[in-house]
Design a protein around this ligand. Structure first.
Ligand code: URA
Length: 309
């Protein structure tokens, strides 16, 4: 079998997750503070050792719904007398549900929130000795040339300057990490789009910004120092450069999973076409139904994987 260089992963040979931090092994215990878990207080291998898929999405409610959906789809039965519960409830930050091999976690809004979560979830995978996990971000976005309701699988994440890197200031120095996603996973997900689906499923570049309003060229924030013509010139230019959607998490998600050697994909539904406006005008019931669409694709992938096992 031949591999594209970018498809080669950087995992330990046994598939367990790589931590690029020698300090963790030397610690008596590791407190995963924002998950309300710890390597000393919980048997993480017993609790999470069977995880294969980690699905992240913005809100606790959406991830709870996702947990119920995937439970029905894969026919997972909870032990008699138990119900799904939020494992990270007492962190008061993120919500986490476990449905057999699928972990469903809310990541909040924006790069700092998803970044902090990923540090702890990647460490959780390491402590739990999980092998070859696959991470998905299931989210919402603004389409660039796509109306609301279409599904977009990210080929790569770029920042507001179209750079395929996640930049972070560490000890006063800027460090850069490539924001790469798994190309084969993109193709596999795309192949699962049903021609009968009443919407398109497309792939392309995802722009990730640090802000929803000015950062995404919206004219309707509390502040705006540019004109409608400036906005359109910018959006048309990124469209020409292959950007098909804009959201606020993919850069850190792609970079941190890639750095850990974890296979990952970002699947979002468009809530509007940013070439046509800034405000979300779709009625709530409509946008609620749209938000099921990326979920359906990821469910198909997980089901297919589990059936083939
Ligand atoms: N999420 C974003 O970040 N931007 C949008 O326009 C819609 C959803």
């Amino acid at each position: 079998m031949s591999f594209d260089k970018d498809e080669l992963r950087d995992e330990y040979p046994d598939g367990t997750v790589r931590l690029r931090n020698p300090n963790i092994e030397l610690m008596d215990q590791d407190i995963l503070y924002h998950l309300a878990l710890g390597s000393g207080s919980h048997d993480l291998v017993e609790m999470f050792g069977d995880v294969k898929f980690v699905c992240l999405g913005g809100t606790p409610k959406r991830m709870e719904q996702f947990a119920y959906t995937i439970m029905a789809e894969i026919g997972h039965k909870l032990p008699c007398g138990t119900t799904l519960h939020d494992i990270s409830q007492f962190s008061y930050r993120y919500s986490m549900y476990k449905v057999g091999p699928v972990l469903c976690i809310s990541h909040g809004m924006g790069i700092p929130s998803v970044g902090i979560l990923l540090h702890e979830v990647i460490k959780l995978m390491y402590h739990a000795k999980v092998r070859d996990p696959v991470f998905f971000r299931i989210g919402t976005c603004g389409g660039i040339g796509f109306e609301g309701g279409n599904v977009i699988i990210s080929e790569e994440a770029v920042d507001g300057n179209l750079r395929n890197i996640y930049e972070l200031t560490v000890l006063g120095k800027n460090i850069q990490r490539p924001a790469k996603l798994d190309k084969r996973l993109v193709r596999e997900l795309k192949a699962l789009a049903d021609p009968e689906d009443p919407y398109d499923t497309v792939t392309g570049k995802t722009m990730c910004t640090y802000d929803f309003y000015e950062g995404q060229g919206r004219l309707d924030g509390a502040f705006c120092d540019f004109t409608e013509a400036d906005k359109m010139e910018y959006l048309e230019s990124i469209h020409k450069a292959g950007v098909v959607n804009i959201e606020m998490e993919s850069l850190a998600f792609a970079a941190l999973t890639h750095h850990a050697g974890i296979k990952a994909a970002v699947v979002c539904v468009t809530l509007l076409d940013r070439l046509k406006g800034d405000q979300m005008l779709a009625p709530k019931e409509v946008s609620d139904e749209w938000q099921q669409r990326p979920t359906k694709l990821v469910c198909r992938y997980i089901k297919r994987y589990l059936q083939m096992k």
